[in-house]
Design a protein around this ligand. Structure first.
Ligand code: NI
Length: 252
C-alpha cells in the first residue's frame, strides 16, 4: 500500500454491525465520513465524531426510514449542524426498490432535507435506487453539491449529475467482475468528478467480497479505479482526496 492517506467518503459504522469497531477504526489510515440513516444511527454518528479525530459525519433520514420518523428526527439533525465535524446532510434520497407505496412521503422527506442543506449551506450524500430520474428532477431545483453515492445509473445520467455540480460516488461494486456499467463510467468520467467510498458494512470489494466491509478497504476501490484509468494509485488518491476535501470542506 502506498503511504498516501485514504478517505472513505461514505460508510456506516453502526454499533450493532461491528463487535470490533475500535479495531475497524484503527485499521483505517485516513479519514472516514460516517453517514447516519435514522434517529439511532444519527446519534451514533454524533458520538463517533466526538471520539475520533479522523471521523467526520453526516446526518440524515434514509428513504427506507421515512415511515419511522417524527418531527424530532429533523430537530436532532438541525440542532447538531453547528458541530464542525458534521459535514453534510445524508444519507438521503429515494429508493423505489423495496416499495413504491410511500413515494410521496419519500419525496417530501427528501425535499425537506434538501431545504435544510440549502439553509445551512451543506453538501449532501444521496442514495438513489431505482429512482434516478425522480432524484434528478428534484435535485435540479436546488443549488447543492455532494455525492451521488454508490452510483448505479447510466454514463449519460452520470454526466447530468456532474453538470448539476455533483460527484459520482464509486465503491466496492467497481471491483466486481460483472460490474461493466460502473467500470465503464469510471473509465469515461474525469477523476475530478469521482469520490471513493466503501458503504461499509455493505458492498465489500474484491478480494474480500463476501466478508463484512470496513473503511480501509477503500484502498481496493482506489486500486481498481487506478487500473481502469491507467493512472498510478497515488495520483488517484491525491485527486480524489482533494475532491473529498473540497466537497465536504474537510478541515485536514
Ligand atoms: Ni450507505
Amino acid at each position: 500500500m502506498g503511504d498516501k492517506m485514504l478517505i472513505d467518503t461514505h460508510c456506516h459504522l453502526d454499533y450493532e454491525d461491528y463487535d470490533n469497531l475500535d479495531e475497524v477504526i484503527k485499521n483505517m489510515n485516513g479519514i472516514m465520513i460516517v453517514s447516519g440513516c435514522n434517529d439511532k444511527t444519527n446519534k451514533q454518528v454524533i458520538d463517533l465524531v466526538s471520539r475520533y479525530d479522523n471521523i467526520y459525519g453526516t446526518l440524515g433520514i434514509h428513504p427506507e426510514e421515512v415511515d419511522n420518523i417524527t418531527l424530532e428526527s429533523f430537530n436532532l439533525i438541525e440542532k447538531n449542524l453547528n458541530n464542525p465535524k458534521i459535514v453534510a446532510i445524508g444519507e438521503i434520497g429515494l429508493d423505489y426498490h423495496f416499495t413504491t407505496d410511500n413515494i410521496d412521503k419519500q419525496k417530501e422527506v427528501f425535499k425537506h432535507q434538501l431545504s435544510i442543506a440549502s439553509k445551512y449551506k451543506l453538501p449532501i450524500v444521496v442514495h438513489s435506487r431505482d429512482a434516478i430520474q425522480d432524484t434528478f428532477d428534484i435535485l435540479k431545483n436546488y443549488e447543492l453539491t455532494g455525492s451521488i453515492h454508490s452510483f448505479s445509473s447510466s454514463l449519460e445520467m452520470a454526466h447530468e449529475f456532474i453538470k448539476l455540480g455533483y460527484k459520482i460516488g464509486v465503491g466496492g461494486v467497481v471491483t466486481f467482475k460483472n460490474a461493466k456499467n460502473i467500470q465503464n463510467i469510471v473509465s469515461n468520467i474525469d477523476l475530478k468528478n469521482i469520490l471513493l467510498e466503501t458503504d461499509s458494512p455493505y458492498l465489500t470489494p474484491e478480494p474480500y467480497r463476501g466478508m463484512k466491509n470496513q473503511p480501509c478497504n477503500v484502498y481496493y476501490v482506489a486500486k481498481k479505479v487506478s487500473e481502469l484509468k491507467n493512472i498510478d494509485i497515488d495520483t488517484v488518491l491525491s485527486i480524489t482526496n482533494n475532491n473529498a476535501i473540497q466537497i465536504f470542506d474537510l478541515n485536514i
